[in-house]
Design a protein around this ligand. Sequence first.
Ligand SMILES: NC(=O)c1ccc[n+]([C@@H]2O[C@H](COP(=O)([O-])OP(=O)(O)OC[C@H]3O[C@@H](n4cnc5c(N)ncnc54)[C@H](O)[C@@H]3O)[C@@H](O)[C@H]2O)c1
Length: 452
Amino acid sequence: MRIVMIGSGYVGLVSGACFADFGHDVICVDKDADKIAKLKAGGIPIYEPGLDELVAKNAAAGRLSFTTDLAGPVAGADVVFIGVGTPSRRGDGHADLSYVYGAAREIAEALDGFTVIVTKSTVPVGTGDEVERIIRETNPAAEFAVASNPEFLREGAAIEDFKHPDRIVIGIEDERARAPMEEVYRPLYLNKAPLLFTRRRTSELIKYAANAFLAMKITFINEIADLCEKVGADVQEVSRGIGTDNRIGAKFLHAGPGYGGSCFPKDTLALMKTAQDHDSPLRLIEATVAVNDQRKRAMARKVFAAMGGSIRGRTVAVLGLTFKPNTDDMRDAPSISIIQALQDAGATIRAYDPEGMEAARPLLKDVHYAESAYDAAEGAHAAVIVTEWDAFRALDLPRLKTVMAEPVLVDLRNVYPSKKVEAEGFRYVSVGRPSDEDIAREAGFGAPRRAA
Ligand SMILES: NC(=O)c1ccc[n+]([C@@H]2O[C@H](COP(=O)([O-])OP(=O)(O)OC[C@H]3O[C@@H](n4cnc5c(N)ncnc54)[C@H](O)[C@@H]3O)[C@@H](O)[C@H]2O)c1
């Protein structure tokens, strides 16, 4: 198949490289000339494990190329994917569809012969209808079908997810789109990845419903974690206790600083807006969004408390900036709100992230960007693990203690066993795992355990 991918970001580049690896001819298009120049020169504009090798291999085999010119490749394509960004629209939280519609107009002008146009971007219900209308209006003679094929990959494990998906969702209104889409995914279909054909609007909604559900699951365990701290229970054991139930499932039950990233925040908001517009509000999602919004600054308050209440003029080492490990993506990362809240309270920030510092610099001012976790901790009155990079899972705790001004470790990802850190002489605070001291205090305040 001759495939064109419009938009060569996290989704477009990974999908394009994987389609090429399946044996298709793929041209990745982007408006960002620097991005394309870098790709042409053999560089990778983002950090995603394994992507450099996959791109290099397929480019060398002549199956994958890059261009800023949309028209030529689209004219020769069987299938054109739209993988451009759909960020939150400023002011109201609806998805900003200007990039999608802009791409649709450009595609329309270039179409030559029957072509399937596919929205891979996450788009609100009805966007496919509008894309179809725009193309028909721009080029009434065009022969085309518009399909929806939302992407479920996770940054940090994107290639694995793309090549071994739980399912592939394809929404069509025109039967002519079915065979080309089956052909695009044939290599995965043979591996038994279920191809789920639906109507187009259903497919669009599946993506939002999936992300909203996962965001809700994370938020649920985060609230349970808060309760654990109050009642003297351990959230990791609660997660295990409920997650082993097949009806619930173990994934997305890790308590932490609240969800962030390029998808959940904007997608929950966009779904909420769609639902309100259709007079069918999603109260659970509204609550999820509100609870998660408050959580990030609440994490900063956790740091204040661990440091004895006052942080003015003191230094905090922040370990991990990206919204999750194995990516350089800083979009809506919880670290941003946490650092801002710490700075608002007068703290000096020293931060380290293995891959995210370049993207963080324009977003987080007045931060000292360190060379390593130990460099960040130099002279700090507390260290805070915000992202669970492997590099922070096995810190040399005695070394950390030596460089810090005070041995306080706030672990917002629960990567350490409390006793181990405390045994090294740290004051250790994590999420939803009260210390023995806290538990004893709670028990003391509670009703008498047994009659005297
Ligand atoms: N990042 C993820 O993990 C993920 C996962 C699933 C779905 N999605 C969805 O995929 C879509 C893309 O996300 P992303 O993270 O890859 O975004 P991104 O910002 O990394 O990439 C989008 C790219 O599109 C380019 N672009 C915009 N308009 C263009 C045009 N008219 N022609 C050519 N290029 C154009 C931009 O320059 C940019 O490079 C979004 O809708 C997102 O919600 C993202």
